[in-house]
Write a protein that binds this ligand. Structure first.
Ligand code: PBG
Ligand code: ZN
Length: 327
């Protein structure tokens, strides 16, 4: 009879046979930059997360450097919004300016720019709107212009999160034409219309002013369709694929892993973060245990990288365990 407990006897042995690991290099930390001065505004539904104006970013960037986090994902909050989201592709927009500063002071920090219109449009939708309809093809040139302007500012990777059809193709063409042949596209391919984005929309001031995102983001009930999205994006030129949210969609991550060889990024979203934070603040769960279990679950499902608001704390925990030589 097989006794699987033989390999669980000691910390050294468990450590040796451990199949999956969360490395600090796997973590991508989201950051919210806001127009204005002297702002460090905590996001109420996301304890520990703040919006930073450019003149106050340094304190967060120092924490990121100290934690040895290698990559950040930038979201911008402009002072003025309009129908066409011009802040997204303004050469002096908040994200463009943030990228320039960050790359100047922290040249080795990998900067990923989220590409979408919803933070910049007065109606809060991810694309242009006419007669209550979110337009697809009319939105594409604006997304392409945003991606190119982020690349020009120094972004290392662009990450379209809008879910318009064909945007990866249009962005790839625009980047190539502008000479950014080597700027990778990290595409939010399997992005579901999820209730888990609630806290993010507080953080990014990007809640839709009318209706919802269900005509462009995916139906949570659909797994096969997620694979179609992924295949499309790979064919259009995506270099990395994001699946989002993560925890209620682990099967999607696994499906992508089983069917393609492209690097996969799991997005551990704002609502997932908020739930863990709320429960641990109440003393109902052990935060470190739960966070590390969630993150390794994403790796086990097949993610290569994880975008997570827990990154700063997780990085600290990972280093501590390394120093202790595992448990
Ligand atoms: C914007 C965008 C969203 C998120 C990332 N990019 C919100 C949305 O689609 O409404 C969600 C991130 C999170 O919840 O942490 N397109
Ligand atoms: Zn959007």
């Amino acid at each position: 009879m097989d006794r699987t407990r033989r390999l669980r006897q000691s910390a050294v042995m468990r450590n040796m046979v451990r199949e999956n690991h969360v490395r600090v290099d796997d973590l991508i930390y989201p950051m919210f930059v806001i127009e204005g001065e002297n702002i460090v505004q905590p996001v109420e539904s996301m304890p520990g997360i703040c919006q930073y104006s450019l003149d106050r970013m340094a304190e967060e960037l120092e924490r990121i450097e100290k934690a040895r986090i290698s990559a950040i994902l930038l979201f911008g909050i402009p002072q003025h919004k309009d129908e066409v989201g011009s802040g997204a592709y303004d050469e002096h927009g908040i994200v463009q300016e943030a990228i320039r500063r960050i790359k100047k002071d922290y040249p080795n920090l990998l900067v990923i720019a989220d590409v979408c219109l919803c933070e910049y449009t007065s109606h809060g939708h991810c694309g242009l709107v006419r007669d209550g309809v979110i337009l697809n093809d009319e939105t594409l040139p604006l997304l392409a212009a945003s991606a190119v302007s982020y690349a020009k500012a120094g972004a290392d990777i662009v990450a379209p999160s809008d879910m318009m059809d064909k945007r990866v193709q249009v962005i790839r063409e625009a980047l190539d034409q502008a000479g950014f042949v080597y700027t990778p596209i990290m595409s939010y391919s399997a992005k579901f219309a999820s209730g888990y984005y609630g806290p993010f929309r507080d953080a990014a001031h990007s809640a839709p002013g009318f209706g919802d995102r269900r005509t462009y983001q995916m139906d949570p009930a659909n797994g096969r369709e997620a694979m179609r999205e992924v295949e499309e994006d790979i064919a259009e030129g995506a270099d990395l694929i994001i699946a989002k949210p993560a925890m209620a969609y682990m099967d999607i991550i696994k499906d992508i892993r089983m069917n393609c060889n492209i690097p996969i990024v799991a997005y551990n979203v704002s609502g997932e973060y908020a739930m863990v934070k709320a429960a641990s603040a109440n003393g109902w769960i052990d935060e470190k245990k739960i966070v590390m279990e969630n993150l390794v679950g994403m790796k086990r499902a097949g993610a290569d990288m994880i975008i997570t608001y827990h990154a700063l704390e997780a990085a600290k925990w990972i280093r501590e365990e390394e120093n202790e030589g595992g448990r």
